[in-house]
Ligand binder design. Structure first.
Ligand SMILES: Cc1ncc(COP(=O)(O)O)c(C=O)c1O
Length: 339
């Protein structure tokens, strides 16, 4: 089976499984799991931030951050297609009782000017109190687009000047980092909180980490418990995450190269209307009306290739650790035969 649906479908490699089996574990809710503690310390240090918290998923890490930064009735500014709003089941409303201000923006990216223009006057009781700005890098619904770090810095300045917290959904931050000049420490110095996913391109079976200062992480730990996210011998999972951070970051380039190859191949096919610019491992494209998504996906499925339809004409391919060079040849042959 060739699975292009998501980079979350990867299976642990033999090396990762070995690290998991060898993990020393304890009860993490008591703070006793040495491998979870090691992962949290490692990630906090990487980003130059004070502390980190191991979470079961990217959604959980983002939702904990939003709850820790806001009170019911406060407002969160984010792009209208951001994962925290669009794909987390209404969690901002359900978990935090917060309001949202949804911005437009190229490739799913917002700008400092637009953020500044949408901060509600704090003394006007009619308007929700703006408290938090959340950005996503890379931006999933923006086609895996990468933010310009100067723009992120400018947004940070607006947050600072207006006493707003600044959160990064960095589920695929490492995909951005391998393509740009910035470091984890640059990001750590800019944001109040960052969530990273290790179960996507980095290939761990489970696991995200939320990073921030000590007071924020203490609060986040309490919220994680309330959300039912206190895991016990979670060190087996943390070991996979440590292994992924040590072994799978550099190779993200390969996924990006494969995605670029798919981009140019798709551009040459007569049944493709358009392909969003590919910067990382996500390939979003639109089919011409004569090739509806269900027919296209059915053709792929007949060849044991699986992908996702995002609308009746839009498809997403995602390259990842388990997509081999041989599979790429197979995908290319099937796509070419379909015309
Ligand atoms: C940008 C982004 N943030 C957060 C998440 C949530 O991660 P999880 O599926 O682990 O909840 C995803 C998942 O695809 C994502 O793409």
């Amino acid at each position: 089976m060739i699975d292009l649906r998501s980079d979350t479908v990867t299976r642990p490699t033999p090396g990762m499984l070995k690290a998991m089996f060898a993990a020393e574990v304890g009860d993490d809710v008591f703070g006793d799991d040495p491998t979870v503690n090691e992962l949290e310390a490692k990630v906090a240090k990487m980003f130059g931030m004070e502390a980190a918290l191991f979470c079961a998923s990217g959604t959980m890490a983002n939702q904990i951050a939003i709850k820790a930064h806001t009170q019911p009735g406060d407002e969160v500014i984010c792009h209208k297609l951001s994962h925290v709003y669009y794909y987390e089941g209404g969690g901002i409303a359900m978990n935090s009782g917060a309001s949202v201000c949804l911005l437009e923006g190229d490739g799913g990216r917002i700008t400092a000017a637009d953020v500044a223009a949408h901060i509600n006057p704090p003394n006007d009781p009619h308007r929700p109190l703006t408290k938090l700005v959340s950005v996503e890098n890379t931006m999933n619904k923006g086609g895996g687009s990468i933010y310009d770090f100067n723009e992120l810095t400018a947004i940070g300045k607006v947050c600072h000047e207006n006493d707003l917290k600044y959160h990064l959904d960095g589920a695929r931050l490492f995909n951005a980092l391998v393509e740009t000049a910035e470091t984890t420490a640059d990001y750590g110095s800019l944001f109040d909180s960052i969530s990273i996913c290790i179960s996507k391109g980095l290939g761990a079976p489970v696991g995200s980490v939320l990073i921030g200062n000590m007071a924020f992480i203490n609060k986040a730990r309490r919220i994680r418990k309330v959300f039912g996210g206190g895991m016990r011998q979670a060190g087996y999972l943390a070991a996979a995450c440590i292994y992924a951070l040590d072994n799978h970051v550099g190779r993200l380039h390969d996924d990006h190269k494969k995605a670029k190859h798919l981009e140019s191949l798709l551009q040459s096919l007569p049944y493709i209307e358009s392909v969003m610019p590919v910067q990382t491992n996500l390939v979003f494209f639109t089919l011409k009306p004569e090739m509806p998504a269900d027919i296209f996906l059915g053709n792929l499925k007949a060849n044991d290739i699986h992908a996702l339809a995002l609308s009746p004409q839009q498809i997403r391919f995602v390259t990842h650790l388990d997509i081999t060079d041989d599979m790429m040849v197979g995908i290319e042959n099937v796509l070419r035969k379909m015309q």
